[in-house]
Design a protein around this ligand. Structure first.
Ligand code: SAM
Length: 337
């Protein structure tokens, strides 16, 4: 039996299936300085016009209203969030929102280094950095950019400056980085990184250069088995999408995020805001709610709060598949992962 989504008197936002929604992932741009073969289609891509993208003050307002409804955690993503002009000041404004106690950033790391001191200064410590290979040539092949050294140097600097956790997102790519997954896992023996192997999601529209079938979590586990036994960190999938492990004595962790073979829907606490102002209550379904139109038509905070609650109300029990035609920006670079 389902109920309506509601904001409970104790400030908790619940969906119709009694999932506690406290995590808003915000994509602040559809632009990216990389063209990863599993994310961005080949050829010319249609960029959203500037006017279609939410202004920073609009995003901050939504985040503030979300916080009043019970959102406590934000993740800033993109496109590549660090390529949007004015991002440092914007992030600082987010840190001032009452009720938000956790802000994390997902980045490809290309221009991260110059932002590190500011991020630390405003109290943002949690970084997810995408890095699918340790081979500079392969990096260029996967991303279309000769940037491995810059990313590695930003990761090293982040470690030195005390960012924690530093999560390294690795999309497992059949025939491309599969022979390297053990080396990537072995980073956790030397560094306190959380290396997270992500099953490639094949749902995000046509035209991608990499059309190989995804490597599953089981495939990845088999590939990295020689590295040693994985000890369960005791963090089950109900505490986040990753199943988390550690090789005995290692400073770092190995995680598996498996949207293809292991659904996390039952524990999903997420709501997403796309850069062009759609609330998405499920990454893998096309159910969306327009918040930009009311926002730009002078809606009050109470009316916008209702739009957020309505979006939560539409959160499906389980993932569907996104529309291959890419309705409402159902491309990873516009949703932000
Ligand atoms: N530009 C930032 C970055 O590279 O981390 C943030 C945006 S990116 C879309 C967020 C995450 O989504 C990255 O870790 C990326 O590897 C992942 N991603 C993109 N397309 C994917 C796909 N088809 N399957 C699984 N993960 C994907």
């Amino acid at each position: 039996m389902t109920r309506s989504a509601e904001c409970l008197p104790d400030g908790r936002l619940e969906d119709t299936y009694k999932r506690h929604i406290n995590y808003l992932r915000i994509s602040i741009t559809d632009r990216c300085n990389l063209r990863c073969i599993y994310c961005t289609p080949r050829g010319r891509i249609q960029k959203l016009p500037h006017s279609a993208i939410l202004r920073y003050e609009e995003i901050t307002r939504i985040a503030r209203i979300g916080a009043a409804l019970g959102i406590t955690k934000l993740r800033i993503t993109g496109g590549e969030p660090l390529v949007r002009k004015g991002v440092d000041a914007f992030l600082e404004q987010l840190t001032e929102i009452a009720g938000i106690n956790d802000i994390a950033l997902t980045t490809n790391g290309i221009v991260l280094k110059k932002h590190l001191d500011h991020l630390r200064g405003i109290g943002i410590k949690r970084l997810n950095i995408s890095l699918d290979t340790l081979d500079p040539q392969k990096y260029a092949k996967i991303t279309g950019h000769n940037g491995f050294e810059r990313v590695w140097s930003a990761i090293s600097a982040a470690l030195e400056k005390g960012f924690s956790p530093i999560k390294i997102n690795v999309v497992a790519l059949r025939g491309i980085n599969d022979a390297e997954l053990t080396d990537l896992a072995a980073l956790t023996l030397r560094y306190p990184f959380h290396v997270r192997f992500i099953e490639k999601m094949p749902y995000f529209g046509p035209g991608l250069a990499d059309a190989s079938p995804p490597l599953t979590e089981n495939d990845i586990r088999r590939i990295i088995a020689p590295i040693g036994e994985l000890e369960d960190c005791g963090k089950s999938r109900c505490q986040g999408p990753a199943a988390r492990y550690r090789i005995k004595g290692a400073p770092g962790e190995i995680g598996f995020i498996s949207p293809v073979t292991h659904h996390f829907c039952k524990w999903c606490n997420r709501l997403r805001l796309t850069s062009d102002g759609w609330l998405r209550s499920c990454l893998l379904s096309n159910i969306v709610t327009d918040i930009k139109t009311p926002l730009r038509n002078n809606a009050t905070d109470t009316e916008l709060a209702r739009v957020i609650v309505a979006a939560v109300e539409k959160k499906p029990l389980e993932k569907g598949q996104t529309d291959p035609e890419g309705k409402c920006g159902s491309r990873m670079y516009s949703i932000g992962g």
